[in-house]
Design a protein around this ligand. Structure first.
Ligand code: CA
Length: 376
């Protein structure tokens, strides 16, 4: 089997209501999809996280190195692309582009052998996964204490047992909002907070101490991703588990996080950290260090489907135990017109639980009408 085409699909959709996290406002959602076509009729789909126009340019550059190659040689092709561009991108956009290619190759491999991708990497540990609601962003009008508590109550009513709150808007507002959400959802729903690296270690410790009594399941990206010593300082000062890693890349990047024990929970993103090949290696490495893996997910249905193939194999946090504690699926609830539209069968939750698709490859079929509709 040979690769005969590498196509990139740049999609964009305007949002009805802009929303903000601690770093930026969103008024548009974009997606950069990779389609790899083979001479045996199999087509594989992948997705790249990050600035879509920039990852598109890189994947278009990769194409010449992929055409004519055997798509089943996933590790070989990963190493070739990585080595060819290593001098210019061991982290960031280059690895995000590589991630989309690797995911598409796994989709082809699964279709070729007519099994889900996870079946070819050792098989699934689970057939469904508890999802947590990612939302609770800021809006351009209204009182966050009121609209955020209302939104949180809706997630609980939908069946979610865990929700994540955006913080990083100043310690006073963060503290007030976290307290209000905890009051609104009660004690039985898990609550995580995510600062998107808005703070330095001093401020992150201060915020952590202010909310420590509110039973926070994890404090995500308290400090910038480059500052692993800052992570260590925050981790030493707080009893809240620290999470991070959506801005970290490849097994080489996570090697440093793990050996320094900078985080309690690592959150690689399959569309960013190197694809399914690399993320399986990263979660296996984390297990050896006794550090939890809980993937970051922020993309279209292809990113969600690829994440589910990986989550099917991510070890429990209490490995081979009578009381397993499985990883959660990050389930983005913000407006994203492209997310489910590109799938023939949307991936939805039922009472906060998502079933892992069982079809070949990523287990999804693409709606090409939606690709044309959102095409830039
Ligand atoms: Ca995050």
């Amino acid at each position: 089997m040979k690769i005969i085409q590498v196509n990139t699909h740049l999609l964009s959709a305007k949002l009805t209501t802009p929303f903000a996290y601690s770093r930026a406002w969103y008024d548009t959602r974009t997606a950069m999809l990779v389609e790899i076509v083979t001479d045996e009729g199999h087509t594989g789909w992948g997705e790249c996280y990050g600035p879509a126009k920039m990852t598109k340019a890189i994947v278009d550059e990769f194409a010449a190195l992929l055409i004519g190659r055997d798509p089943l040689n996933t590790d070989y092709l990963w190493q070739q692309l990585y080595a060819r561009f290593r001098d210019h991108g061991q982290k960031g956009l280059l690895i995000q582009a590589l991630s989309g290619v690797d995911i598409a190759l796994w989709d082809i491999r699964g279709k070729h052998f007519n099994v889900p991708a996870y079946q070819l990497l050792g098989g699934a540990l689970r057939s469904e996964v508890q999802a947590y609601a990612t939302g609770l962003y800021r809006r351009d009008s209204g009182d966050p204490l009121s609209y955020l508590t209302g939104e949180a109550e809706n997630y609980v009513a939908e069946g979610f047992r865990a929700i994540k709150l955006k913080v990083g808007f100043g310690i006073a507002q963060d503290r007030a909002v976290t307290q209000a959400i905890r009051n609104a959802i009660g004690e039985d729903i898990a609550l995580m907070i995510d600062a998107n690296h808005a703070y330095d270690a001093v401020s992150a410790i201060r915020l952590g101490r202010e909310v420590e009594a509110l039973d926070i399941s994890w404090f995500e990206e308290p400090v910038p991703p480059e500052d692993l010593q800052g992570y260590q300082a925050v981790k030493a000062a707080l009893t809240i588990p620290l999470a991070g890693g959506e801005c970290e890349f490849t097994r080489m990047g996570f090697r440093d996080v793990l050996t320094q024990r900078a985080m309690d929970i690592i959150q690689p993103d399959i569309c960013s950290a190197g694809g399914l090949s690399e993320c399986k290696k990263i979660s296996d490495m984390a297990l050896a260090f006794g550090i939890r893996t809980n993937p970051h997910v922020w993309g279209s249905g292809i990113g969600i489907a690829a994440s589910l193939q990986w989550i099917a194999m991510v070890p429990d946090h209490t490995p081979v135990s009578l009381t397993p504690s499985a990883p959660l699926l990050e389930f983005d609830r913000t407006e994203h017109p492209i997310r489910q539209a590109i799938l023939q069968q949307p991936i939805e939750h039922k009472n906060g639980v998502v079933t892992i698709p069982q079809g070949p490859g990523l287990g999804i079929d693409i709606n090409r009408d939606a690709l044309s509709f959102f095409k830039v």
